[in-house]
Design a protein around this ligand. Structure first.
Ligand code: GRF
Length: 185
């Protein structure tokens, strides 16, 4: 399963995919890793010998042009699947339509609770006692596609956004790897 992964940050979800899935004759071949800016995730890909690319919004006239450039770059790697693993930009409906049913996102909450870019902060602010992570298919609406898998994570007394996000990410990485593995069989 040729897979293109898009990242924006530390890339620990990507690393989990590299370690568990991108080995020998594993069912998932990470064909390329792309980002919207230089980031640690890209360095992880380079260290693993995986081709990388960057499509910066600042180098395109508007969001539409940026989406088309990203779409071209992703398509050039002929992916069977595109994984948004901590990619902090919103792709548009045309991008989604270019890879129908083939884009997967991971999100640090139990969707449909706490969509958006501040899911962990929002869950803490709401005072929920259980949150988690969701792996879902990407549709044109943000954080709204069919849920493929979820894992619950407890909120503990004294949690900060960082401590809670770390606990979620530990579970999220395993959820993402398990889901991609199951989908690739
Ligand atoms: C993950 O929790 C992802 O769901 C969220 O940002 C985090 C990315 O972590 N949107 P990493 O870059 O994979 O370490």
């Amino acid at each position: 399963m040729r897979t293109v992964v898009l990242v924006s940050g530390s890339g620990t979800n990507l690393q989990a995919m590299i370690d568990a899935l991108h080995t020998g004759d594993a069912p998932v071949e990470i064909a390329a890793v792309g980002a919207d800016k230089p980031c640690a995730g890209l360095e992880r890909a380079e260290a693993a010998g995986i081709p990388t690319f960057v499509v910066r919004p600042s180098e395109h006239a508007d969001r539409e042009q940026w989406n088309r450039a990203l779409e071209r770059e992703v398509a050039s790697h002929r992916p069977d699947r595109v994984v948004l693993a901590g990619f902090m930009r919103i792709v548009d409906a045309r991008f989604v339509a270019a890879f129908p049913g083939r884009i997967i996102n991971t999100h640090p909450s139990l969707l449909p609770s706490f969509p958006g870019a501040h899911a962990v902060r929002d869950a803490l602010a709401h005072g929920v006692k259980i949150t988690g992570a969701t792996v879902h298919e990407v549709v044109a609406d943000v954080d709204a596609g069919p849920v493929l898998a979820q894992v619950a994570v407890p909120v503990r007394d004294g949690d900060t956004e960082d401590t809670l996000h770390e606990r979620i990410k530990t579970a999220e990485r395993q959820l993402l790897v398990d889901t991609l593995e199951a989908l690739s069989r």
